[in-house]
Design a protein around this ligand. Structure first.
Ligand SMILES: [Ca+2]
Length: 309
């Protein structure tokens, strides 16, 4: 056991990249842990240190991590645009803004702009840099997006403003956003790994806030054949249980999974996750698992997995 933990320590020191300091205040949208009741967008954003406009709300079920996230409400018109931003003091340089987005299938998105604006002391616009995309897949999964901007006329700039803007047509669903970052320098990559591995976090009895996805998830607290509760907890206070006694589901198959982000999650991430599970169970192994990426009809030379040094 000690030997395994020592290996973990070495591994962490090697692969975890130096994280650039996040300059945003309340980047997780978790604070304050209040104002979720009711339907007043202005009240929901009060005290968050974010400026928001349009049909842009904050709610527990919109979380990518922690207990809250923001969302564009697809059952309200958003054709005039909505969004959030923060002003940070800056006199030029290179900055990167990243955020996680989750677009539900029903959400009729017209345009997403992730941008960095540079402003003078009177908040007049000096320069705007847009991300290279105008959309995000409507697959109900979390995707990281980013934009990098450089401004060199340091005599004129006073503020750098990261902005998430969207407009959409009233058709249902939502576009959720969470876990923003603004840091000095160019893009350093998304944070990989499993979120909420202990199933401690959820709000209503569905998977929306849990970071996990279940086949057949209705997105509504119907009587699903699963249950976040204390009785399935192995550690901590909560777990996910499958309910075999519901007469409306004499036979039911469900797959509970979490996104492996293409281009981000590495085979090493998965290997070490498995090793941690074995370790957490107090077990040893004869040999360590290994995971490789394979594709039918392709040799190893044609299949690449992301690497981090
Ligand atoms: Ca959050």
């Amino acid at each position: 056991m000690k030997r395994f933990l020592a290996l973990c320590a070495v591994f962490s020191a090697v692969i975890i990249p130096t994280m650039a300091a996040n300059l945003l205040v309340n980047p997780s949208f978790n604070s304050p842990d209040t104002n979720f009741e009711g339907d007043d967008a202005a009240a929901q954003w009060e005290g968050t240190d974010w400026t928001r406009w349009g049909n842009c709300f904050r709610q527990r079920w919109a979380a990518h991590s922690g207990h809250a996230g923001g969302y564009f409400r697809g059952w309200s018109e958003g054709t005039n645009g909505a969004g959030v931003y923060q002003n940070m003091s800056a006199t030029g340089g290179t900055y990167t803004f990243t955020i996680w987005l989750r677009r539900e299938p029903a959400f009729s998105l017209n345009q997403i702009d992730l941008k960095i604006e540079w402003l003078d002391a009177d908040t007049n616009y000096l320069q705007t840099t847009f991300g290279t995309y105008k959309s995000v897949p409507g697959d109900g999964l979390w995707h990281p997006v980013y934009v990098t901007s450089t401004y060199t006329n340091t005599a004129t700039a006073s503020w750098v403003r990261p902005v998430l803007y969207g407009n959409w047509t009233n058709a249902g669903g939502s576009l959720l956003f969470d876990d923003a970052q603004l840091y000095s320098g160019t893009y350093t990559g998304a944070t990989p790994g499993l979120l909420n591995p202990s199933f401690e976090f959820y709000t209503t009895n569905d998977f929306r806030c849990s970071q996990w996805t279940a086949s057949g998830d209705s997105y509504y607290p119907l009587e699903n054949p699963w249950e976040f509760s204390d009785w399935p907890a192995r550690a901590g206070s909560l777990g996910l249980g499958l309910r075999g006694w519901l007469t409306q589901y004499p036979v039911y198959t469900v797959t509970v999974s979490q996104v492996v982000t293409p281009g981000v999650t590495t085979t090493s991430d998965l290997v070490w996750w498995w090793r941690q599970q074995v370790n957490d169970l107090g077990l040893g192994t004869w040999f360590q698992p290994s995971i490789s990426v394979q594709r039918r009809g392709a040799s190893a030379a044609h299949v690449t997995a992301p690497q981090r040094g």
